[in-house]
Design a protein around this ligand. Structure first.
Ligand code: NAD
Length: 261
């Protein structure tokens, strides 16, 4: 793996998949920027803990991924802190579940902004530096919902399909540079984002928790197992390794067979 000494910015990384990716890259010797919209002592303490656990340099930089200027400022501040940004993992994301006729417009706007437009702004801000440095990796955490759809998730599915499309465009625009851009498409990973969907889904389908997990969440995941945050981190590390130098503009599904159905 070749992430040692590289600077990695992971958006939305004080929880769930983002934190799992950060832990994996820090273990492999990357300098890591953790991010979320909050600026609590515990966010900075998390960076301290990750540094102590791994020996990596870790900073927490607050930036709200629903705001374009803050997305861009995150890249600038990370480059100021560590000299440059080599690896950008666009991971921040939220979810809301409702039928289209009831879907709140402000939830639509927030999901499109955080799950899709943030990746446009951070990538736009990072790509010139990557060109100058002569190496860069952009990994977008999309979803199986970037390739397929489910009812009640109009904004999320639209945003994730958008991220997959944008990843292809960035890959083409950087194809002759030593930069790659790919999207990882996880199926269900048990994180706070998924936990938060369980009560609404229980109400929607009138089911208990176990039935929602097996028959709704994992209904389309043939392995009947959640993917783990460590596995997603490992896939990011692979996409940053020399073995993946010619992998660009594509998707890597980590979905227990969901998209093979
Ligand atoms: P999570 O809720 O545990 O983490 C989401 C992260 O995004 C948190 O760190 C949160 O603070 C951050 N965030 C939210 N709004 C933000 C904002 N405005 N600015 C900055 N950061 C913000 O969720 P997760 O399951 O770890 O999801 C991470 C990514 O993985 C999301 O893009 C999600 O769509 C995607 N994903 C998750 C699953 C899954 O099953 N968990 C499956 C496929 C894709």
């Amino acid at each position: 793996m070749s992430v040692e000494g590289k600077t990695a910015v992971i958006t939305g990384s004080n929880s769930g998949i983002g934190l799992g990716v950060a832990e994996e890259l820090a273990k492999l010797g990357a300098k890591v920027v953790l991010n979320s919209f909050s600026d609590r002592d515990e966010d900075h303490a998390l960076a301290g803990k990750l540094a102590a656990d791994t020996g990596a340099e870790v900073r927490y930089i607050q930036a709200d991924m629903s705001k374009g200027d803050q997305c861009r400022a995150l890249i600038t501040k990370a480059a100021e802190a560590f000299g440059q940004v080599d690896i950008l993992v666009n991971n921040a994301g939220i979810q809301h579940v409702a039928p289209i006729q009831d879907f709140p417009a402000e939830k639509w706007d927030a999901i499109i902004a955080i799950n899709m437009s943030s990746a446009f702004h951070t990538s736009a801000a990072a790509v010139e530096g990557m060109r100058k440095q002569g190496w860069g990796r952009i990994v977008n955490i999309a979803s199986a919902h970037g390739l397929t759809a489910s009812p009640y998730k109009s904004a999320y599915v639209a945003a994730k399909h958008g991220v997959v499309g944008m990843s292809k465009v960035i890959a083409l625009e950087t194809a002759e540079d030593p930069i790659t851009c790919n999207a990882i498409c996880p199926g269900y990973v048990l994180t706070p984002l998924v936990e938060a969907q369980i009560p609404d889904t229980m109400k929607e389908y009138g089911m208990d928790r176990d039935k929602v997990v097996r028959d709704v969440l994992l209904a389309r995941q043939p392995s009947k197992q959640f993917a783990t945050t460590e596995q997603i981190g490992g896939c990011v590390a692979f996409l940053c390794s020399p073995a993946a130098d010619q992998i660009t503009g594509t998707t890597l599904s980590v979905d227990g067979g969901w998209t093979a159905l």
